[in-house]
Design a protein around this ligand. Structure first.
Ligand code: F6R
Length: 592
């Protein structure tokens, strides 16, 4: 949610560096963008616009003047509509103090009221603008002290960055929203919401943790505890990310590239460190109650996990969506286990659930893609997905890797890890049947037949019920067609009233013990005029359209999801939507 990036260093092209880096953070928000630079004469110049930063070719003349210090922001609107005024950076009236922010200052209305009484004037409807004015109020003892005092006044989760005219200094603080410092060999300093922004300049990074602030000046980054003001030592960590992994290459969109990458990403997940899987399984066996937690797609993966543990390990685990976790706190103790599932490792609702669990002494196991994320660092044990950077907003390869790891864990808990791994390896061997141009063409023709639909229904049973829910998310977010997933048996209890002549209904029908039942449910739909699209290893007479998937036993949730990911992608393209940046969404949801 919102991308922040700043540069301070020897290059005169600070604003251009920030523009380029911000484009790599656009997945975090793409409603509007803005950049501020301090020119050599000390003047601060700002450019901001509504729209996507990826579409910007050149900056305005003022920002191309030499500048060694610049900061920018790509916005996902929370407080205030998508307007130029509400775009960051925000400033004091005289534009001496400039601020960008990710997160929410929850008490901003109260603070704004006080500031207005003191004579401050505001231009935007955002919560962010108050921060510049709070700093201004405290400037008597200088920028550093003023920034620190401003931080103490605001409530909520945030990452905030400010500069003050003429100081050639950047100050940032973090409470909940990620900020990472990069340090290049030439002395350049970077601060960003995520590493890709500066990956082409350096792989040497330092993390800002919660309740810490950092001051970047004179080639040095100084870290402090925000509460005690004590200085902190930070280790420089060299990361092994590859710049090219974060590029689209020859693909039209990241979403398609990431779908196709599942051959490699799944293989990496299946080959997760055996010791690590066994250690995690041991934690699950020992725990007095395990709760799987995730949001959105990761929440649906958690539901798949519940079925896997039941079917494979005969073990009950609980599932909670991050945003609905609070009531579960009453059942946590220091002998409970939470398994947090996430691509980004920065989802605010999941992080909040972890924080609550930690207050109870509950152990945290996370299954997460971004190994450098807050979630990974808050966990007692981390199973990394190793899916590589996932840039498209709609999660695909991270999802199937998460399911693969939960499958390994369920088998490990049942003391059948070898068998589970072998089953996954066999399934992975059949991926080429789906991830090829002929299959893609077939699905494109299906998409063409249903691209004008108003609604799409998806049904599944057992482990494929959450896959129906996840399929609906994929279709909704990129095709913008109303899509809903149901447990096959539930339709006749109400939702079947929505079916009319020609409503496309996707039937997920693997070769499992529920096959006849799901086909009966499909018949019920067909009798009401539905157009049946079967996702199944075998064709059935009732299917109007058949999408063949390999038979894969307990790996069927992975296999059944892949064609629907492709279908969602194809529908998006045919309906002229941008599948990588769907409207109203952002990749990393760092607000509650
Ligand atoms: C949908 C999607 C989201 C995320 C959710 C959690 O395609 O990607 O629903 O799954 O926002 O994000 P992470 O996995 O980063 O915690």
């Amino acid at each position: 949610m919102c991308g922040i990036f700043a540069y301070l260093g020897p290059s005169e092209k600070a604003a251009e560096i920030v523009l380029k880096g911000l484009k790599k953070l656009e997945y975090r928000g793409y409603d509007s963008w803005g950049i501020a630079a301090e020119q050599e004469n000390g003047e601060i110049v700002i450019e901001k616009h509504v729209g996507k930063i990826s579409e910007v070719v050149t900056l305005g003349k003022e920002l191309t003047e030499p500048a060694h210090l610049a900061m920018g922001h790509s916005r996902w609107a929370t407080h205030g509509g998508v307007t130029e005024y509400n775009a960051h950076p925000h400033t004091t009236e005289n534009q001496d103090i400039v601020v960008v922010h990710n997160g929410i200052f929850e008490n901003y209305l109260e603070l704004k009221g006080d500031l207005i009484k003191k004579g401050h004037q505001f231009r935007s409807e955002t919560d962010t603008e108050i921060f510049a004015h709070l700093i201004e109020e405290e400037m008597e003892e200088g920028f550093e002290v003023a920034f620190r005092r401003a931080c103490k006044k605001v409530h909520g989760r945030f990452g905030v960055l400010a500069m003050h005219k003429g100081e050639k200094t950047l100050i940032a603080a973090r409470r909940g929203s990620p900020l990472i410092v990069g340090k290049a060999k030439d002395g350049a300093l970077f601060i960003a919401s995520d590493v890709p922004a500066f990956l082409e300049y350096t792989k040497d990074i330092m993390y800002l943790d919660d309740n810490q602030m950092v001051i970047l000046a004179d080639k040095t980054a100084r870290f402090y505890d925000m509460e005690t003001d004590q200085s902190l030592e930070k280790r420089l960590i060299t990361i092994d990310w590859k710049e090219e992994e974060a590029q689209k290459g020859s693909y039209a969109h990241f979403m398609l590239k990431e779908i196709m990458e599942q051959k490699e990403s799944l293989a990496r997940a299946i080959n997760s460190d055996t010791e690590l899987i066994l250690k995690a399984a041991e934690m699950i066996k020992k725990a007095y109650g395990t709760t799987l937690v995730g949001c959105g797609t990761a929440g649906k993966v958690a539901m798949v996990g519940e079925y896997l543990f039941a079917n494979v390990a005969k073990k009950h685990v609980n599932v909670k969506f991050g945003s609905e976790f609070k009531s579960a706190r009453h059942f946590l103790t220091d002998r409970s286990l939470m398994i947090a599932i996430s691509q980004s490792g920065e989802t605010a609702d999941t992080l909040e659930a972890i924080e609550i669990a930690k207050t109870k002494g509950t152990k945290i196991l996370s299954i997460v893609n971004v190994e450098t994320s807050t979630m990974a660092r808050l966990s007692d044990l981390v199973i990394p997905l190793k899916a590589g950077p996932e840039k498209a907003v709609a999660s695909t390869k991270a999802t199937t890797s998460q399911i693969a790891i939960l499958t390994l864990l369920a088998y490990a808990v049942a003391d059948r890890l070898k068998e589970g791994k072998q089953m996954l390896i066999e399934a992975e061997g059949k991926l080429n049947d789906m991830l090829n141009p002929r299959y893609e063409e077939h699905i494109e023709s299906v998409a063409d037949q249903i691209k004008g639909a108003k609604d799409i229904m998806i049904i599944g049973r057992d482990m494929n019920y959450p896959i129906a829910l996840e399929s609906a998310i994929k279709l909704q977010e990129v095709s913008y067609i109303h899509a809903e997933g149901f447990a096959g048996g539930e339709l006749k209890h109400g939702p079947i009233a929505l079916i009319s002549e020609g409503t496309p209904c996707i039937i997920i029908a693997p070769n499992d013990e529920y096959k006849q039942e799901i086909l009966s449910n499909a018949m019920e739909l067909k009798a009401r005029g539905a157009l049946l699209i079967g996702v199944s290893p075998d064709n059935a007479e009732i299917f109007d359209i058949w999408i063949k998937v390999p038979s894969a036993g307990n790996a069927s949730p992975i296999m059944d999801l892949i064609p629907i990911q492709i279908l969602a992608y194809k529908l998006a393209v045919l309906r002229q939507n941008n599948p990588d940046m769907p409207r109203n969404l952002a990749k990393s949801v760092t607000v509650k």
